[in-house]
Ligand binder design. Structure first.
Ligand SMILES: Cc1cc2nc3c(=O)[nH]c(=O)nc-3n(C[C@H](O)[C@H](O)[C@H](O)COP(=O)(O)OP(=O)(O)OC[C@H]3O[C@@H](n4cnc5c(N)ncnc54)[C@H](O)[C@@H]3O)c2cc1C
Length: 374
């Protein structure tokens, strides 16, 4: 019998497993796929703790604390597994995607200023200077958000995976969990090849978490929102700061002169691959504000499914005694993962629910985050 079985080997499941492995706990992480296929490997890597919020909420404060964990995490993963997660501290510019959105940028600026005086509105001249003349703004409001830095999400997820390997955590891939039934004590975890048992079970199955727990929480509000991404290489575009427009399109400058352009949002779409329509929209939006990107070369494209909940708040709850669900981190799962790993690890190990998670129950509440839909 395992002490803890974690279902899902994305950033959430792996961060929790890594935290638990600090104690002498027998852990298995099960995933129905091989690593590399899902949201955690596909993300933009923005640590947008400010960009993503327009009003005060518990999640906003958690996101800000999570953001601060990344520099030390970069160092600890580099030490432990020798992989660099490419933390870049060049901040983010939020730009209105049309004149109609100017007021929303200015309102968000006022909100963020209360917590971070370094957030600044960027008049056209300053925007030009900060982006080396690359961003065209045409009467659009913009603000610079320092601290909303970024990492390479693919490398981060690979580093977590390697850390789990090195820590001797039992990892079981290509194995789908079809059911979780109660034992006394603990649970039976039924897979397509085996039946495993554990005292405690964590479902961190991303957008599929609700489906797996449908017997336990019939009114699950977890669903998937597909996002498409392009990667463009441009040897002489000198742009370091992420550009995020209010319609949800963003350009994240990566290492080796690469620019990640994201992302579309298709609700309840679980398909794989980039559509012609999505590609067209991304290229059109990105080059409208950064015309020089037109000379870049498209070198890769991919898609992933974000775990979404109806209230746009994650679910971090105990479905039944010692059966946990961790899902719905939507556009911010990379950012939130080290914080969730730390505090869920604590909860699972010591049966102590973190009080800051009080709001993230299965029953949905009001919306706190900015919701982009095109
Ligand atoms: C295009 C895109 C851009 C993004 N950009 C950002 C960003 O810039 N910043 C940010 O913070 N976040 C971003 N995100 C969001 C972030 O990627 C997700 O919130 C996060 O990766 C979710 O992690 P997870 O571990 O919950 O889910 P996942 O990474 O989806 O992992 C869930 C795992 O569970 C497994 N699984 C599911 N059901 C079962 C089952 N029955 N049996 C066994 N295994 C199962 C799946 O195979 C999968 O590997 C982005 C997402 C996308 C798609």
């Amino acid at each position: 019998m395992y002490d803890v079985i974690i279902i899902g080997s994305g950033v959430m499941g792996m961060s929790i497993a890594r935290e638990l492995s600090k104690s002498d706990i027998k852990i298995a992480v099960i995933d129905r796929d091989i690593p590399g296929k899902h949201a955690s490997f596909k993300a933009g890597g923005m640590l947008g703790a400010q960009n993503e919020f327009t009003e005060d909420s518990d999640l906003f404060h958690i996101a800000r604390q999570a953001q601060e964990m990344f520099e030390p995490l970069r160092d600890s993963l580099l030490d432990e597994v020798g992989l660099d997660i490419e933390y870049l501290d060049s901040g983010l510019i939020k730009l209105a995607s049309s004149i109609d959105d100017n007021a929303s940028v200015e309102k968000q600026y006022k909100f963020l200023q209360q917590y971070n005086r370094a957030v600044e509105l960027l008049p056209a001249k300053s925007l030009k200077e900060r982006t080396n003349g690359n961003v065209i703004s045409d009467n659009l409001s913009a603000m610079y958000i320092p601290n909303d830095n970024q990492i390479n999400a693919n490398k981060y997820t690979k580093a977590l995976l390697k850390s789990l390997e090195q820590r001797g955590i039992h990892r079981i891939y290509n194995t789908e969990v079809s059911d979780i039934t109660p034992l006394n004590p603990g649970y039976r975890v039924v897979t397509d090849t085996d039946v495993l048992t554990a005292e405690k079970v964590v479902v961190a199955g991303g957008a599929w978490s609700g489906k797996l727990l449908s017997h336990h929480m019939p009114n699950s509000s977890v669903t998937g929102v597909k996002g498409e991404v392009l990667l463009v290489e441009h040897p002489n575009l000198s742009l370091e700061t992420t550009l995020f427009t209010t319609n949800g399109c963003y350009v994240v400058p990566k290492m080796k002169n690469r620019y990640l352009i994201g992302a579309t949002s298709y609700f309840d779409d679980y398909s794989v691959g980039v559509s012609q329509l999505g590609k067209k929209w991304l290229l059109q939006q990105a080059t409208m504000h950064i015309p020089n990107l037109r000379d870049g070369k498209l070198i890769n494209q991919w898609s992933g499914i974000r775990p979404y909940t109806s209230g746009e708040k994650p679910i971090m709850d105990e479905v039944a005694k010692h059966l946990f669900i961790i899902s719905g981190h939507y556009r911010n799962g990379i950012l939130l993962s080290p914080y969730v790993g730390k505090w869920m690890g604590d909860w699972i190990q010591y049966d102590r629910k973190p009080e800051q998670f009080a709001d993230f129950i299965i029953e949905r509440g009001k919306t706190n985050e900015v919701h982009y839909k095109r």
